[in-house]
Design a protein around this ligand. Sequence first.
Ligand code: KG4
Ligand code: ZN
Length: 333
Amino acid sequence: MSITILGIESSCDDTSAALLRDGMVLSNCIANQEAHRLYGGVVPEVASRAHQKNIIPVVDLAIKRAGVNKRDIDAIAFTRGPGLMGSLIVGVSFAKAYALSLGIPLIEVNHMQAHVLAHFAEDPKPPFPFLCLTVSGGHTQIVLVRDHLDMEILGQTLDDAAGEAFDKTGKLIGLDYPAGPIIDQLAQHGQPVFDFPEPQISGLDFSFSGLKTSILYFLQKKKNETPGFIEENKADICASVQSRIVSILINKLSQAAETTGIREIAIAGGVSANSGLRAALEKTGKEKGWNTYVPKFEYCTDNAAMIAVTGYYKYLKKDFVSQEVAPVARWRV
Ligand code: KG4
Ligand code: ZN
């Protein structure tokens, strides 16, 4: 008997719906919210209003593209958290109402667990146990993945996330939000000639706030000495920032691989789209004999396919929740 799952994601600023049949992605539709560019970051109130507007059209499109009848959906998997409360409420309320109307079960999904399981939306799938570096706008974690639903966080950021480090630095350079992809583009035309310090944090935890401050002071000093410094050196500044963020991530990942003895290494989350990180992972992987796994771009950033995939493994365990479920802004795996 085949199993069809509808996945719903609305934790931040992307409204997404996906259909999955027997673990295979049939459709994955995403409505991005461009409005936040104007404000230089995600505005929670604007995000929840846009989710409200987009959710039904996105779900309808995902069902149409998948070519399934909504009566054939067996369960609805939705992001319960972590995320912005106003954004989560839209997806959770929609999922509850839709499940009620179709008379099918509800499956709660942790957004961070789903980023890891994005690796199971396509082949090759990493074998267990593997390490996953999940790097997004809200989180930076090294996760030990023992099984689909058995994960342990080995290290995480003590302050900013890696994506925030990109976005906040980009703001200092005068780039639009989200600055991560723009820094990535500009860095390809520059050299990492400016040396920003690597934070000294013990164990497998991360810290990016000191890096942001040192870049702020560096730019202030250079601007005072040489007006027009940022404009003239934009590509080199971006290459230097990216190079340091990537080295911080890769060094901790190497340390985690060494202490656990695990050589199956995956990356996930929006920042895993970064070309510098991908190249560094490949290079380090070759040197250290790792097998590396990087999801397709559409499964790196926020998407409902990863929610449906997580929902599928929970469906197999009949791990359902009642209609009383409510969103949670903070939720550790
Ligand atoms: O996973 P995601 O889509 O949303 C969250 O759950 O946060 O990640 C978004 C983050 C943003 O900070 C964005 O700047 C960053 O991922 N990002 C990138 C790139 N593409 C997206 N950062 C660096 N290089 C990229 N190519
Ligand atoms: Zn995310």
